[in-house]
Design a protein around this ligand. Structure first.
Ligand SMILES: Nc1ncnc2c1ncn2[C@@H]1O[C@H](COP(=O)(O)OP(=O)(O)OP(=O)(O)O)[C@@H](O)[C@H]1O
Ligand SMILES: [Mg+2]
Length: 492
């Protein structure tokens, strides 16, 4: 790709960007939220037409007008947002739209053939599911593998993976990285987008950094280090500070006693969170952390146990009950939660706190605007202004707007489920500051995270779960990666 430029109204998404990939090479494309990574790949995938620039494959200039052109050139694209059909089974997803037909008058889809071919692809990827399983029954990681199988079935020479691991667990990530390496060994070229710099360090042959829509530098294999990538990405130094707090006086402000969830009816969980405390919740995926959060928020009410706030027992049968008591959950899957895609950043940011800007029954638009601008600046939302529609933001920037909305609420207990997934390294520290601020204002904060670095950085104490049980609660002084992992795998 040479000299690619792409403008959207009010935004120069790409400015004279160049990128090369060799056969059998893994190039990692990194940059902050809104740097232009997905847009650059979409010009390769036939979703956007570049305003300027040329694309060459094997030395020949090609035009990519649409997705079919791109696929025809051997380019496979696994998007930032999964693109599968949950009602269809694995084989149907892999061969959607180009099913081989059996002979005869009826031209029926040749199921035997697509199932057999799908099976071969799944085996190549080391995925142990039947081609007949509906996608809705698969984990996100498995669905991702189905997308990869689909790309491979198209004889892909160049595979684009836009944040493939942002929803995967540690074990699933390891598996996926192995698949990526195997593909490289088979001569497939890969463009790999990720905010997880550890992964990038592990697999990339070369790193290409974008900043504000332009090339910010390239690192060869020997030059790749976490710090060098960050410096090129943000163009400034980041400081790592942890405001370690004094051990919390009283963890009995928000108390959970013998909570039983539907997923693990034979286990029960008990813990307390202090006013102004940040309790980190660690554990492997499937440990039951999200289920506890959903029970506390009334999404999937608890089967048994007690929930107390300030000594008073709460009966939470629905999320309305939870909100009424000042408890809120920011779930993992933020895209389906309260972003009105057609609305502006400002309207989305202040949606839930609008009454704060009301005077004598009228909205004080200036005050509302000021708060929206403040939050957007704090979280480094990249957009022409707060009047931009959220549908036009990059993936990470949309997430920041959702967080901004919730961070503005005055709540007693706030539960974050994977708060910084897909969010770049600069904005992460801003989010940590805001979480600290919530705690300093007296909120009891629970942060569920699979990112150990994050847990260690923000938690006053860390609760660790394993298969529906709470296997340990570590005070700050005893928190370490090893200690947490030991509890996470279930040893005591
Ligand atoms: N369809 C669109 N209309 C208007 N602006 C857009 C559109 N798509 C992207 N942009 C803008 O282009 C810029 C680059 O966005 P892009 O999605 O490429 O970022 P990214 O590097 O993939 O970020 P992230 O890490 O958050 O996914 C952003 O400022 C974004 O708001
Ligand atoms: Mg993106």
């Amino acid at each position: 790709m040479q000299g690619i430029s792409k403008r959207f109204p009010g935004v120069i998404a790409l400015n004279n960007v160049s990128l090369e990939v060799y056969p059998g090479e893994i190039v990692a494309l990194v940059g902050e939220n809104g740097a232009g990574k997905s847009t650059l790949m979409k010009t390769l995938g036939g979703i956007h037409q570049p305003d300027e620039g040329t694309i060459k494959i094997n030395g020949e200039t090609v035009t990519i007008q649409n997705v079919n052109d791109s696929m025809g050139l051997g380019i496979g694209f696994i998007h930032q947002e999964l693109n599968v059909f949950p009602n269809l089974d694995v084989a149907a997803n892999v061969f959607l739209g180009r099913e081989p037909l059996s002979g005869g008058l009826l031209k029926l889809i040749n199921r035997t053939k697509i199932e057999a071919q799908t099976d071969v692809l799944l085996k190549r990827l080391g995925v142990d599911v039947s081609p007949r399983t509906p996608l809705s029954e698969l984990s996100i990681a498995q669905q991702q593998m189905v997308e990869i199988a689909k790309a491979l079935s198209l004889n892909t020479r160049l595979l684009i993976m836009d944040e493939p691991t942002s929803s995967l667990t540690l074990a699933e990530t390891t598996r996926l990285l192995q698949v990526v390496k195997d593909l490289r060994a088979q001569g497939v070229s890969i463009i790999y987008i990720s905010h997880r710099l550890g992964e990038v360090t592990e697999i990339a042959d070369r790193v290409v950094v974008l900043r504000d829509g332009a090339n910010a530098g390239t690192l060869t294999r020997e030059e790749i280090t976490h710090d060098r990538m960050v410096t090129l990405m943000v163009g400034r130094e980041l400081q790592h500070v942890h405001q370690a707090k004094e051990a919390n006086a009283n963890p009995n402000y928000f108390v959970v006693e013998n909570l039983q969830t539907k997923r693990y009816p034979n286990q029960s969980v008990s813990f307390g969170v202090g006013k102004g405390e940040v309790l980190g919740v660690s554990g492997l995926i499937g440990a039951g952390r999200s289920e506890v959060a959903q029970a506390l928020f009334g999404v999937e009410p608890a089967l048994g146990g007690r929930i107390l706030l300030g000594g008073e027992e709460l009966h939470i049968k629905s999320s309305q009950d939870a909100i009424k008591h000042g408890i809120c959950l920011i779930p993992e899957d933020r895209r389906h939660l309260g972003l009105v895609m057609d609305w502006t950043i400002q309207d989305n940011t202040t949606l839930a706190t609008l009454t704060d800007y009301a005077k004598a029954g009228l909205i004080d638009f200036a005050a509302e605007n000021k708060v929206a601008i403040e939050m957007s600046q704090k979280l480094r939302v990249k957009a022409p202004s707060v009047a931009a529609k959220v549908s036009q933001l990059s993936g990470g920037n949309q997430q920041k707007v959702v967080l901004a909305k919730w961070l503005l609420q005055k709540l007693k207990v706030i539960i974050f489920d994977e708060p910084t997934r897909g969010i770049d390294i600069g904005a992460k520290s801003e989010i940590y500051d805001l979480i600290n601020q919530l705690a300093a204002d007296g909120t009891a904060v629970i942060v569920i995270s699979s990112d150990l670095e994050e847990i260690l950085r923000i938690s006053d104490r860390v609760a660790v779960m394993h298969e529906g049980k709470l296997t340990g609660i570590l005070p700050r002084a005893e928190c370490s990666e090893e200690a947490i992992m030991r509890f996470a795998v279930g040893s005591h």
